[in-house]
Design a protein around this ligand. Structure first.
Ligand code: PMP
Length: 371
């Protein structure tokens, strides 16, 4: 009886779970419910390629069957495109799940996971979920500081998460810096290189991640079909690492992590290279245009952090605050991402959209800052 009285009246969530600040997705509608131009989630403004939609639709005939748990078709298509060993590819419900699997496989209570301040917001969630300790490392003017990461490595470090290009800053860590980071890590630390935006890089900007993952025992590269391939709703992500790392991760993978429609669509997306090329060229052109336009508003305190992704982080360091600009843009019909929850109350992350979107947004922004 007395025992019963001391028991909590409801299930008690673990302390480390309640320490998680929930993920905040980009908004799709204005606060008053109006449909607006969505430039808040780094989606492809061209949608996806038509054969991808057709492949997705084709799966309607086999809804009663479980999808292939081994994802053979998808792994082989990825392996062929990138010259990889299909046996060493892991996959999941978006690369988010692959990131969670990495933390869940290699870290537990009391272990440490390093990532940079202004890193991708899933890293602290994946870290705390397994009871590990997040170790946030200062940036170097919004970019990765390899020396700072290395200075925080201890015997308890199990993982380093690094997005390249990074979200939300758009910054790129060059190949030599990635190599230096890897060389400085002890062999027991898994370097997780999150390449969600790597297809947006220019050809000369390969950070060497896949090459490291091919040869080093402690590097996992993750990729996604959500960005340049335009398949965010399909939820397909994958990773590449040594056979041992992948074998361990498979033990906690959901048996049927993505539907057959998504798998077929992803295979078709890999073949739609014209669409990928068109998306990359458009992004490079309009990101450059946008950065120039923001540069012209330097006298109003605006500054774009140099980006290699499909978005731009705009800092508001003058009279107009990021919050005022965020609200003004929403009134004008544009939703962007304001990031106070990520310690960036002075910044807006803006996805590169169609030419019409970008021209309209810049015109609205100019009015808001009084240019
Ligand atoms: N990594 C980074 C850096 C991202 O920005 C995103 C998307 N927000 C992801 C991973 C996850 O994408 P998905 O789960 O759609 O593959």
């Amino acid at each position: 009886m007395t025992d019963d009285l001391q028991k909590p009246a409801a299930p008690v969530a673990k302390d480390w779970i309640m320490a998680i600040a929930p993920y905040v997705p980009g908004k799709s509608k204005a606060d008053d419910g109006r449909e607006v131009v969505k430039l808040s989630s780094n989606e492809n403004p061209f949608g996806t390629a038509e054969p991808v939609r057709a492949a997705f639709r084709s799966a309607a005939d086999c809804l009663e069957r479980y999808p292939d748990s081994a994802a053979v078709e998808l792994r082989e298509a990825i392996a062929q495109r990138h010259g990889l060993d299909p046996a060493r590819i892991i996959y999941g419900t978006g690369s988010d799940e692959v990131l969670h699997m990495a933390a869940g496989t290699f870290a537990g209570a009391g272990d440490e996971i390093i990532f940079m301040r202004y890193g991708f917001s899933v890293y602290p969630i994946a870290t705390r979920r397994v009871g590990a300790v997040p170790v946030e490392v200062a940036d170097k003017d919004y970019a990765t500081d390899v020396d700072a990461i290395l200075a925080h490595v201890t015997d308890r470090t199990r993982l380093v998460f690094l997005a390249n290009p990074n979200n939300p800053t758009g910054t790129y860590t060059p190949r030599a810096e990635i190599a230096r980071l890897h060389a400085g890590l002890p062999p027991h630390v898994l370097l997780v290189l999150d390449q969600a935006y790597s297809e947006y890089l220019d050809a000369e900007d390969d950070d060497g991640g896949l090459e490291l993952a091919r040869t080093a025992p402690n590097v996992l590269v993750t990729r996604t079909f959500s960005k340049i391939f335009g398949l965010a709703a399909g939820r397909v992500g994958w990773g590449y690492a040594s056979a041992d790392v992948i074998d361990a991760m498979h033990r906690i993978r959901q048996p049927f992590s993505f539907p057959i429609a998504s798998s077929r669509a992803a295979v078709a997306a890999l073949e739609a290279q014209d669409f990928v090329e068109k998306s990359r060229a458009h992004n490079s052109e309009w990101r450059a245009w946008f950065e120039t336009e923001i540069g012209a508003l330097g006298n109003k305190g605006l500054r774009a952090v140099p980006s290699k992704a499909n978005f731009s982080l705009v800092l508001f360091e003058g009279e107009t605050s990021a919050e005022t600009a965020y609200k003004g843009l929403m009134d004008a019909g544009y939703i962007v991402r304001w990031l106070p929850g990520q310690d960036l109350p002075n910044a807006l992350r803006i996805t590169i959209g169609t030419p019409e979107d970008m021209k309209g947004l810049v015109a609205a922004l100019r009015r808001i800052v009084g240019a």
